[in-house]
Design a protein around this ligand. Structure first.
Ligand SMILES: Cc1cc2nc3c(=O)[nH]c(=O)nc-3n(C[C@H](O)[C@H](O)[C@H](O)COP(=O)(O)OP(=O)(O)OC[C@H]3O[C@@H](n4cnc5c(N)ncnc54)[C@H](O)[C@@H]3O)c2cc1C
Ligand code: FES
Length: 316
């Protein structure tokens, strides 16, 4: 294979991968057929996990981009950040409802499963038809693993936690997955979370060393004040880190001390980090919120390549 026949992908650390273009397949499928592991999730062009950039700086989604010889693209992560997933046995330590719509599930692994703060796993619980994806809310250094699980009406996981689940139940965890992880730069960082999109962001914040932390701001949004959770933990992080914390709820009663707004509207009240070029942003939550936040941050002048996101889609 000569290089002009190949597709070239350059990783964030400068390493370059070459592989043949398979006619009729996507760039992602061509890379995988050549035995390479790249970040992907929905594989249908909606989640943006596979996003790369061409030489003009335009976004290219590898899962839907037709493979063609000579294509040269840049990826926003290092090759070593995407490792083949491992399978682990796990046991439930405990679980509780932490708001009207969120469960917190704590578990232990039979053997450690290293991950980067912000990554997720595929869990398979007893009696559930298919694996469910959840992001770790704990720092990678913490032994007990923590998930924040949204209570979905009719949801298999909600039925399990609300009915059959008990401490010591065994399940499996496969991962880690994803390239929504905290970049270890000294740049100011803005985090915007919607609902349980807070989970990977809490993992990131818990991993930041207070002695070297850059300016940080978190906008945590909830559908209503009754859905808000982890408030005391967030306030604790706010005392440990140089963190501006903005709590926002779309609907709230008079006792709510946060803002009455959605998290995207609340971004304009961020003061601790500049809303403009040079700031990194991490967005996580429902797909609509993530898309709206990207648009708002672009209008503020943040560079698209400095905005990292994970959309909590429903994977079949
Ligand atoms: C990378 C990634 C990380 C994720 N991390 C988390 C996390 O940390 N915490 C968390 O709560 N969720 C997370 N999700 C979303 C979660 O995986 C799904 O919502 C999951 O399928 C829910 O399982 P369930 O058994 O509760 O509902 P299911 O039984 O799978 O579905 C029940 C009903 O709800 C609908 N539904 C399911 N998920 C969604 C959704 N996200 N939006 C709208 N409707 C939906 C289904 O279409 C179905 O009608 C993540 C998703 C992805 C892709
Ligand atoms: S894997 Fe390509 S957009 Fe989701």
């Amino acid at each position: 294979m000569s290089l002009s026949d190949a597709i070239s992908l350059a990783f964030a650390d400068g390493e370059v991968m070459h592989f043949p273009a398979v006619t009729g397949d996507s760039v992602l499928a061509s890379a995988e057929q050549a035995g390479n592991v790249l970040a992907s999730n929905c594989r249908e062009g909606t989640c943006r996990t596979c996003a790369a950039r061409n030489n003009e700086g335009e976004e290219v989604l590898l899962c839907i981009e037709p493979a063609r010889a000579g294509l040269s693209l840049k990826l926003p992560y290092r090759r070593t950040d995407v490792t083949p997933p491992s399978l682990r046995r796990a046991k439930i330590n405990g679980f509780s409802r932490v708001s009207k719509s969120v469960w917190e599930l704590r578990y232990r692994l039979q053997f450690p499963l290293p991950f980067l703060p912000g990554q997720y796993v595929e869990t398979t619980f007893p009696g559930l038809d298919a694996p469910r994806r959840f992001s770790m809310a704990n720092a990678p250094s913490q032994k007990e693993q923590v998930l924040h699980v949204r209570d979905l009406p009719g949801g298999g996981m909600s039925a399990y936690l609300g009915g059959r689940a008990k401490p010591e139940d065994a399940f499996t965890v496969r991962g880690p997955f994803g390239v929504f992880y905290l970049r270890s730069t000294s740049r100011p960082k803005l985090f915007v979370a919607g609902g349980t999109g807070l989970a990977p962001i809490m993992s990131m914040l818990a991993s930041i060393d207070p002695d070297t932390a850059p300016p940080l701001a978190l906008v945590a949004g909830f559908a209503s004040d009754g859905d808000a959770y982890a408030i005391e933990e967030l306030r604790g992080l706010g005392q440990r880190l140089p963190l501006q914390l903005i709590l926002a709820a779309d609907r709230a009663g008079s006792s709510w001390s946060g803002m009455k707004a959605n998290p995207v509207e609340a971004v304009r009240f961020v003061k601790a980090v500049p809303l403009g070029p040079g700031t990194e942003a991490y967005l996580c939550g429902p797909p609509g919120m993530v898309a709206a936040a990207r648009q708002a941050l672009a209008a503020h002048g943040l560079s698209d390549s400095d905005v990292f996101n994970e959309a909590f889609t429903h994977a079949p």
